[in-house]
Ligand binder design. Structure first.
Ligand code: ADP
Ligand code: MG
Length: 294
C-alpha cells in the first residue's frame, strides 16, 4: 500500500465523518467479514425516557421515584439518566443526594439514599443480594420485555419495591445500515447486556437474526474472541464503557462519536455522528482505497 493512497483514503474518511486512528486501519477494515453491534446507544438512540412505574404492595410511587431517581442521578448510564430525569419531573421536586453510590457494570447501581440501602438494575443485581421479585413485579418485567421495553427492578432495605420501565427508540438509519453491511458481505450480530426479549425485539426491528443477550461487560470480549477463534475477522461497533474491552480486542473497533470517551479511545475508527450507516461507508472506502493501490 502506498502511503499516498492511504493518506487520501484517510482524508476522504474525514469528509465522510470517519476518524481513522492510523492509515493501517484501512487494511483491517477491508478484511472484516463479521460485524458485532452493541444495542443501546449503537443500534438504538440511547436516549431513553421513563415510562410505566409499577410499585410493590406497601410502596408509594413517590418513594420509589425519589429513591431510585436520587441514586440513578449519580450514574451516566442512559437508563439512569432517563430514570433520574423522569423521577425529578414526576415528583416535581429536588431529588435527594445519595450518601454513597456504586456503579455495578452491566447490572445497575447501588447506594444509600435517605439512610436506606437502595439497589436499581437487573433482577440479577437484586438476586445477588438475596432479594427476590414478587410475582406482580416479575410479571411486569416480563410484559415490558416482550414488547421491547427495558425494565429495571428497584429494592431497598432488603425487599423489592418496584419496577421502572424505560423505552429507547431504534435509530432511523439502523435497519438500512444493517442491510448495507449485509450486502457488503458482513455477518451482523447483536451483542447486549440487556435481556433476551428486548434484544430479540430490537434485532427483529433492524433485520438481525443472530443475538447474544444478557452478556456481562467483561464477557463481551469473549464473544468477539470466540468469533475470531472460528476464523472470522471481527468488526465491533459500540459506544459504552462496557464495550471498550471488546472494541480493543476486535480486529477492527468502531466507536460511536456520540459515545463515551472510553469507547472512543479503545476503537480504531470513530463514526463521528454516531450513524451506523457510516460503518458501511467505512468498509466501502477501505475496499476502494486499497483496491486502487493493488
Ligand atoms: P448494553 O450492552 O445494551 O449497552 P449495559 O451492559 O450497559 O447494556 O447494561 C445491561 C443492563 O444492566 C441494562 O439493560 C440494565 O438492565 C442494567 N443496568 C446497567 N446500568 C444500569 C443503571 N445505571 N441503572 C439501572 N439498570 C442498569
Ligand atoms: Mg451501549
Amino acid at each position: 500500500a502506498t502511503p499516498t493512497a492511504l493518506m487520501v483514503g484517510t482524508g476522504r474518511g474525514a469528509q465522510l465523518g470517519i476518524l481513522i486512528k492510523g492509515p493501517e486501519v484501512l487494511e483491517t477494515t477491508r478484511r472484516a467479514d463479521t460485524v458485532v453491534l452493541d444495542k443501546t446507544g449503537t443500534i438504538t438512540t440511547g436516549r431513553m425516557t421513563l415510562g410505566a412505574v409499577h410499585t410493590a404492595a406497601g410502596t408509594t410511587e413517590a418513594d420509589l421515584l425519589r429513591l431510585a431517581g436520587a441514586l440513578e442521578h449519580a450514574s451516566e448510564h442512559p437508563i439512569a439518566q432517563a430514570v433520574a430525569a423522569g423521577a425529578a419531573d414526576r415528583i416535581a421536586g429536588e431529588l435527594p443526594a445519595p450518601g454513597s453510590f456504586t456503579n455495578v457494570p452491566g447490572l445497575g447501581v447501588r447506594g444509600t439514599v435517605e439512610g436506606r440501602e437502595v439497589l436499581a438494575g437487573r433482577p440479577k443485581l437484586l438476586a445477588d443480594a438475596g432479594i427476590d421479585l414478587p410475582p406482580s413485579l416479575s410479571d411486569a418485567m416480563t410484559d415490558a420485555a416482550s414488547q421491547g421495553r427495558t425494565a429495571i427492578a428497584v429494592a431497598w432495605d432488603g425487599a423489592a419495591r418496584g419496577v421502572l420501565e424505560v423505552a429507547d427508540a431504534v435509530k432511523d438509519s439502523s435497519a438500512d445500515a444493517v442491510a448495507e453491511l449485509r450486502a457488503l458481505g458482513l455477518r451482523p450480530i447483536l451483542l447486549t447486556g440487556d435481556n433476551q426479549a428486548v434484544a430479540d425485539a430490537v434485532a427483529r426491528a433492524v433485520g438481525i437474526d443472530e443475538v447474544y443477550a444478557e452478556v456481562m461487560p467483561e464477557d463481551k470480549v469473549d464473544v468477539v474472541r470466540r468469533l475470531q477463534a472460528e476464523g472470522r475477522s471481527v468488526a465491533m461497533v459500540g459506544d459504552g464503557v462496557n464495550d471498550a474491552a471488546a472494541l480493543a480486542v476486535a480486529d477492527l473497533g468502531l466507536s460511536m462519536g456520540t459515545g463515551t470517551d472510553a469507547a472512543i479511545e479503545a476503537g480504531d475508527l470513530t463514526l463521528v455522528r454516531g450513524d451506523l450507516k457510516v460503518a458501511a461507508d467505512a468498509i466501502r472506502l477501505s475496499r476502494r482505497t486499497l483496491s486502487t493501490i493493488r
